[in-house]
Design a binder for this molecule. Structure first.
Ligand SMILES: [Fe+2]
Length: 445
């Protein structure tokens, strides 16, 4: 009898998971251009070697991402250079940050310019070329870390033949004909759905093409959103939409990329999502607050701006508009504010109570003359390393005509508590709201 050396490990699936949050990182413009210079100066056997992965300090040796599931590569080509073709089962998004070039993806050969974005479907052959007289620099975002962690990142290699040709007639292998196999059906009168082996291994083909989103075209549309006044509470952005992703709203089946414009002094509302987000800022300057910590950024910086499920918001400084490309992982990226209900009775009983509370301020829309802010128990992750959640946050409304200035110090507010789920666009944005009559600095010590 053989005995395996696997282990039995105690499990209680109701216990909260201890996720290892990757801290935000900013790779600043000087670091980015320094590395691009170094890559351009190297002697290489093939120009495809003029690229590096930008790896988060917490990345493991197999993943090598900037976020746990997202690889970011910095690539350069000297004038006249062309990479050798490659193809693999990862999906990628390319984004030109300097110069110009051409990218051939399968049979589509397109010219790209600065800030153009393109997607690469999996198993599509890619060649990048720089026919211009200046260096070309671009970023590539890939879901390869996830595939590597699953031990299924397959890169075509003539020696090992990474690609398996699909079996001919796999879909028609229906036995001797006496039994008719149904592809997909529900058992009448039951909730059971079943799918045949043939359809499982050979599902209806979804055509996956490459696309190019020209910055000149996207910018013109984006700039019309700057006209939205300060009452607009959404985001001034467009998703670079790939129609093959359907209702999952992606740029590839793994990522969605958005182009955002931030007019000066716009502060996003704090929020969180399961997907990690990586931003590249290419105009203007601003800051992010992530789990209570403050991060400054400016044009030319790349940033892991939102680790998954960590409360964050971004804000632009008082200068030209910010333009940024954001890449976020797809799949289970619903905001936690989606569902509601279940406020305990003892909590709803607090509705209408007059309270005096201590906490910290996160401005919601304004940079100064703040009339509404979120009060959170701590600006830094608490002892369990968890950022404040919606039920730990109180939306504070200041009395009419009594705006307050921003402070990072602890404050004391006094007023009347309202316990009520408030929705905006289908999401719960607050559970606790307080009409306050005073906002004061907390006594030190
Ligand atoms: Fe976000």
């Amino acid at each position: 009898m053989t005995e395996s050396n696997t282990r039995f490990v105690a499990a209680d699936p109701s216990q909260p998971a201890s996720n290892d949050i990757w801290e935000p990182v900013v790779i600043n413009k000087a670091q980015m251009s320094g590395e691009a210079e170094r890559l351009l100066s190297r002697d290489v056997a093939d120009p495809i070697e003029r690229q590096v992965r930008i790896v988060h300090p917490k990345a493991c040796a197999r993943g090598l991402g900037l976020a746990p599931g997202i690889e970011v590569r910095l690539s350069v080509l000297k004038p006249g250079e062309r990479t050798r073709p490659y193809r693999h089962n990862a999906t990628e998004v390319g984004f030109c940050i300097e110069g110009e070039g051409r990218v051939a993806i399968q049979n589509e050969d397109r010219k790209f310019e600065r800030y153009d974005v393109w997607n690469v479907p999996s198993w599509s052959q890619v060649v990048v070329e720089n026919p211009s007289r200046k260096p070309a620099v671009w970023l590539t975002y890939s879901n390869a870390p996830l595939l590597r962690l699953l031990n299924v990142h397959l890169v075509e290699d003539e020696k090992t033949t990474g690609i398996v040709k699909q079996e001919q007639g796999a879909a028609s292998g229906h036995g001797d004909g006496s039994v008719k196999i149904r592809d997909l059906f529900q058992i009448p009168g039951d909730e059971t759905w079943l799918m045949s082996y043939e359809r499982l291994i050979n599902p209806p083909n979804v055509e996956s093409n490459s696309h190019l989103w020209r910055w000149s075209k996207v910018k013109a549309e984006l700039d019309t959103l700057t006209a939205l006044g300060s009452a607009y509470r959404g985001r001034r952005l467009y998703l670079l939409y790939n129609p093959m992703t359907g209702r999952t709203n992606g740029t590839t089946p793994s990522f969605f990329a958005t182009m955002t414009v931030r007019p000066p002094n716009i502060i996003d509302r704090p929020h969180r999502h399961a997907s990690a987000a990586i931003n590249y800022y290419f105009s203007g300057a601003g800051y992010s607050r992530v789990a209570g910590k403050h991060y400054e950024w400016a044009a030319g910086d790349l940033m892991l701006s939102a680790p998954g499920w960590v409360i964050h918001n971004h804000a632009s400084h008082d200068q030209g508009p910010v333009y940024e490309l954001t890449i976020q992982g797809l799949g289970n990226f619903d905001y936690d504010q989606e569902k509601g209900g279940n406020i305990p009775a003892d909590v709803t009983a607090l509705n209408g109570a007059t309270l005096r509370l201590k906490g910290y301020m996160i401005p919601m829309d304004q940079a100064e003359n703040i009339t509404q802010f979120a009060l959170v128990p701590s600006l830094f992750a608490c002892c369990f390393g968890q950022p404040p959640q919606i039920q730990h946050t109180i939306v504070v409304n200041c009395p009419k005509g009594k705006a307050v200035g921003y402070t990072a110090d602890e404050i004391v507010v006094e007023g009347t508590l309202k316990v009520q789920e408030k929705k905006d666009d289908g999401y719960i944005i607050s559970v606790f709201e307080m009409e306050v009559n005073s906002v004061k600095m907390a006594p030190k010590g």
